[in-house]
Design a protein around this ligand. Structure first.
Ligand SMILES: [Zn+2]
Ligand SMILES: [Zn+2]
Length: 173
């Protein structure tokens, strides 16, 4: 907060005298429109200026993230289903696959956005997991095999889906 030598008028409220100025752009502000931030008093515009850069995701990055999540989700769904059909009779295989698919999707979304984070990217990573699971379930249906019972069991499916989403989101949260 800077105190001015002379009395000035608020840039937003021309009738209000003030001795305060925005610490960033030095525009005059009155107590009514002053916003306290961790780095001092700011005018409305400067207080709104950008979240930390790591949460500042461009539309191009959202696009890249979505394309990667859907594309990779499809591929991982097929690979996961095949591995599941081959090795599903070993313990923990489905859980490990679900966690691995989630991790890879979250990591992919994180990489294509240059390590950005946030709710939007978490949702995109989660959507990638949903794509992977939908594809995996479709592939498993194609094969008349005995190990598909837990894919069809909604309780198991939700458990593994939750596990995958957890690992995906943990990369971009
Ligand atoms: Zn300002
Ligand atoms: Zn004002």
């Amino acid at each position: 907060m800077e105190y001015q030598e002379t009395v000035n008028y608020c840039a937003t409220h021309p009738n209000v005298e003030t001795r305060l100025a925005c610490g960033r752009c030095e525009r005059f502000i009155c107590p009514r429109c002053m916003i306290q931030t961790p780095v001092g008093s700011r005018c409305n515009d400067c207080a709104r200026v950008r979240k930390p850069p790591v949460f500042d995701v461009s539309s191009m990055q959202y696009l890249l993230a979505s394309a990667s999540a859907v594309g990779l989700g499809g591929i991982l769904g097929v690979v996961g289903a095949i591995l599941r059909l081959e090795f599903g009779h070993f313990p923990f295989v489905t859980g490990i696959l679900a966690a691995g698919i989630g991790y890879l999707l979250g990591e992919a979304v994180s990489r294509v956005t240059n390590r950005k984070r946030g709710l939007g990217l978490s949702l995109i990573a989660g959507a990638g997991v949903a794509v992977a699971f939908a594809v995996a379930m479709a592939v498993v249906q194609l094969r008349p095999i005995t190990y598909r019972y837990d894919f069809l069991d909604i309780g198991f499916a939700l458990l593994f889906l939750g596990l995958a989403v957890y690992f995906a989101v943990s990369r971009v949260r």
